[in-house]
Write a new protein. Sequence first.
Length: 130
Amino acid sequence: MHIHLNHHSGEPIYRQIIEAVKFRIASGELSEGTRLPSIRELAGELQINMRTVAKAYQVLDRSGLVVMQQGRGVFVTSPQAVLPVRQRRAALLEHARRLLAEATRMGASSDEVIEIMKSATEEMWGRADG
């Protein structure tokens, strides 16, 4: 599983791993039952400390996206129930605010952010209309 890390983004490495796994699950690249690389394997591939990968996997496990099975590995779980609209919108708004703050910090324009979101939407769902 290839994960691109940005060591200069200000985002902790373990969070980057979490977001990369979440994206792959949401896009269908990783489906239920898929075994993720072991902590040692992923740490070696990314050339980072094993504790960083372990922390990311623990957060994913607590959030219900993966299950860690001692001696067997880390596996993607079945999709969780959909959040109620109010909770979903509040969570998405918080993520959007963080994204926009980071985009502003990097000097991105609103048009650039919108174009990138359209591109990401097409990548995720195959269309730009959501």
